[in-house]
Design a protein. Structure first.
Length: 591
């Protein structure tokens, strides 16, 4: 009992102290400085050694323009505990607030000079200057600290401060020095650089960074600089220059072609198919690893399927690959790709189904079998053999439990049930998938779940939803004109119902795919006009921006709609892309 009372007597004052501290901070943040001052003064009187309370008390007096009182407190601190460099900065800043620059400068210089005796204080002094927004003095402190102590490394702080000062040359030098001293900061550096680097090669920061890299490449054989130059060219969409850099890196390093493979993917996404094919062909010709060659061949064939309209020529390309590598378990992924082509491009799904059934019975591991069965089930859905498809999807879930393939199969069970009109079973699957470890699957599950639930309340027979599911299936089957007609029927017969905005969005996407851009534009604008407070508003703003930018070549209009996402939909899944496009179209750098 005695121990319990002792603990209470010790803990309760601490808890009270902490609560008062938090209340004072709240008052300070709200600009209620008189109230904050009373609490901080009481806390300071009880515990004058607490540095954080002392600093808060001084800052509150400064907000109230009680500069003499703040100065007296600072001088008293120096007398009681001895002067230390950060305190010199605090005293100098108090003079700065009184518009007494000469006295302020004297104390700032005193703090920096103190580093000659105590170089380990460089971080604290620099951070104090930085906190007060005295960036030039912060730079002096960090640089002098590194000069006096070769083991000190303040490149991280310097790179950020030079960026704020828009001293690009020194900023890039600091970032490069940071990467040299701490290679693990590569990703951080690239993320930071995107605040300054734009798609425009003539942008000032781009020009300075390119010159800095080239200068370093000439002076130092470190491949890090070539890799960053390649990265810069990608940001500027100068993919051939990036390809040349990556080839030079591979010739010197000779370790992996992984960066070239990533570049091939980027160029394909950007629609630069010729360069993508060149890169993939380079990988095939230079790799000594069969799996790497096969992966590049699969990607190359994927680009060819996407870009070559002569199906006979595409078939010949597949034949060449199988003649070179053979039909075996090692080429199973290529065989999946080939049967996808047969089913969806050549419109021979039955042939593809037979081929994949044979492939599924070969000596593949369980993950490979799962991928074969996934494609087989996808084609069965395409041919509306839903029950057979559901069997295969269910087998996959059992085969590879816990793997992302199992989650993908579960989602496809939900989607297939949706196509069938079995919305209850679909919803059960989707409820599980909302917690998927794959963000993409979780988002798709949430979207389909909301579609079903939102359109099952008002319409108990789910008439409109059934038509909508049929339109989605037609779209999957690449019967876009039929899907548009069915969506138009829904919009005519179910006006004012919950499904209206969904139908408009789907139809707009299909019009875009069909090249009927004016009608797509009209549907997106209708969503914005009638449903701007609803869940699909950000979809309409972003996709209309994309339409203006990519299909209609109206960048100013595109910028207007991206801007809506940036300023009004910060929680949108489109926010990051919209901000990037907005910045690019605006043509300036946002720090």
């Amino acid at each position: 009992m005695r121990n319990y009372l002792f603990i209470l007597l010790f803990v309760l004052p601490l808890a009270s102290f902490g609560q008062n501290d938090a209340l004072a901070k709240t008052y300070f943040d709200e600009g209620k400085y008189d109230k904050a001052l009373r609490i901080y003064q009481t806390l300071y009187d009880k515990n004058p050694r607490r540095l954080d309370i002392f600093k808060a008390l001084v800052a509150t007096h400064q907000q109230l323009e009680n500069y003499e009182t703040a100065g007296t407190l600072l001088a008293g601190r120096a007398e009681a505990y001895g002067p230390y460099p950060q305190l010199s900065v605090d005293i100098g800043y108090n003079f700065e607030l009184q518009n007494r620059p000469e006295e302020a400068k004297a104390f700032y210089q005193l703090a920096v000079d103190e580093l000659a005796l105590q170089p380990n204080y460089a971080r604290f002094i620099g951070d104090t200057f930085d906190r007060y927004g005295l960036l030039e003095w912060a730079v002096k402190s960090y640089e002098k600290g590194m000069e006096l102590n070769p083991n000190a490394d303040f490149y991280l702080q310097l790179s950020r401060i030079y960026g704020e000062l828009q001293n690009y040359e020194k900023m890039f030098d600091a970032y490069l020095n940071l990467m040299e001293s701490k290679p693990g900061y590569g990703s951080y550096t690239k993320r930071s650089l995107t605040q300054f680097i734009t798609e425009d090669p003539a942008n000032q920061a781009n020009v300075v960074f390119r010159k800095t890299l080239i200068k370093r490449i000439q002076q130092d054989p470190n491949l890090m600089y070539n890799e960053l130059l390649s990265w810069l060219y990608v940001q500027q969409k100068e993919f051939r220059k990036s390809f040349n850099q990556e080839k030079a890196i591979y010739k010197r390093k000779g370790e992996t072609l992984e960066h070239l493979s990533l570049l091939a993917g980027i160029t394909e996404e950007e629609g630069e198919y010729d360069i993508s094919l060149e890169i993939l062909e380079y990988i095939i010709a230079n790799s000594a690893i069969l799996e790497e060659q096969l992966d590049a061949e699969e990607k190359r064939l994927g680009v060819i399927v996407k870009t070559v309209s002569d199906l006979k020529k595409v078939n010949q390309e597949f034949d060449k690959v199988f003649e070179k590598y053979g039909l075996s378990t090692r080429t199973y992924a290529l065989q999946i790709a080939y049967n996808d082509f047969i089913a969806f491009k050549q419109q021979q799904p039955e042939t593809a189904i037979l081929n994949l059934k044979v492939l599924a019975d070969t000596d593949l591991n369980r993950f490979e079998k799962a991928r074969v069965r996934m494609k087989l089930a996808d084609i069965l859905v395409y041919t509306q053999k839903f029950n057979q498809a559901l069997i295969y999807y269910s087998q996959i879930q059992k085969q590879v439990q816990g793997n992302i393939l199992a989650q993908e199969a579960r989602f496809k069970v939900a989607r297939t049930s949706y196509f069938k009109g079995d919305f209850k079973w679909s919803q059960i699957q989707l409820d599980v998938l909302k917690k998927s470890t794959s963000q993409l699957i979780a988002n798709d599950a949430m979207e389909l779940s909301l579609l079903i639930s939102d359109n099952s309340v008002e319409d108990s027979t789910q008439t409109a939803l059934r038509k909508f599911a049929k339109a989605d299936l037609l779209s999957l089957q690449n019967k876009n004109n039929e899907a548009v007609r069915l969506l138009s029927e829904i919009l005519e017969n179910h006006k004012g119902e919950a499904i209206e905005d969904e139908a408009l969005l789907r139809r707009a996407k299909l019009y875009t795919a069909l090249g009927v851009y004016e009608k797509a534009e009209a549907d997106y604008k209708t969503i914005i006009a009638l449903f701007k407070e609803d869940i699909l508003a950000d979809d309409a703003y972003f996709l209309l921006g994309q339409l203006y930018e990519k299909q209609l070549a109206l960048p100013e209009k595109a910028k207007e709609f991206y801007e809506q996402i940036v300023f009004n939909f910060s929680d949108s899944i489109y926010f990051v892309d919209a901000r990037k496009r907005y910045r690019s179209l605006r043509g300036d750098t946002i720090n």
